[in-house]
Design a protein around this ligand. Sequence first.
Ligand SMILES: [Zn+2]
Length: 233
Amino acid sequence: MDEAGIDKSVACGFGWSDAELCREHNDYLLEAAERSGGRLIPFCTIQPSDKGARDDLKRWAARGARGLGELRPMSQGYSLIDSDEADLLSWAGDAYDLVLMFHASEPVGHAYPGKKGLPVEQLGRFISDFPGVSVIGAHWGGGLPFYALMPEMLDAMGRTYVDSAATGLLYSPDVVSRVIDLVGAKHVLFGSDFPLVSQAEALDALRAVSMDGEARALIEGENARELLRLADG
Ligand SMILES: [Zn+2]
């Protein structure tokens, strides 16, 4: 973070299917966040199919989790359509003011390890079913913003953000300006995909894309500040 000139980062868990592994991961993440002097903002992981999930969510929220993610419903073995898991996640988002971050993947294009995470149609259903919950679709939402050209989908995206994590591995740099045109810079967050891509490399790539100063300020921090209710920095 110092090398890239980044003040604060969201550090995410991983969508393990094993609930105990999720707990172990969260303990580590929350301890690291506590030691960071506010520079690391923890997004905890959860296996919502586990019978202890509701109690876990309460505990992670009490210990300072600001979000849940990166969740991978398909790899973790549940669906976001008409499921108890979707109900539980949206409840937690609402009850504990947690942002839900999903690894979303494109139904087309090249295969890569970990592509399977959440088909874009499930992400689309979730934000339509639970429009009051703040959601981040990682990796440009698996293409979700392109459906913003459908009026009902644009309406459903009021609390939805997409992030730029792993852009260089997935898309041409044009994706940045195209998505801003489609959903507005207010719905785009800078993400790196660290440790796969360094923060400095990801930030350099974003800064090579031309955009106005207001859009850049939103994407590089202002959106996150508002979404995560950060008092400063
Ligand atoms: Zn991901």
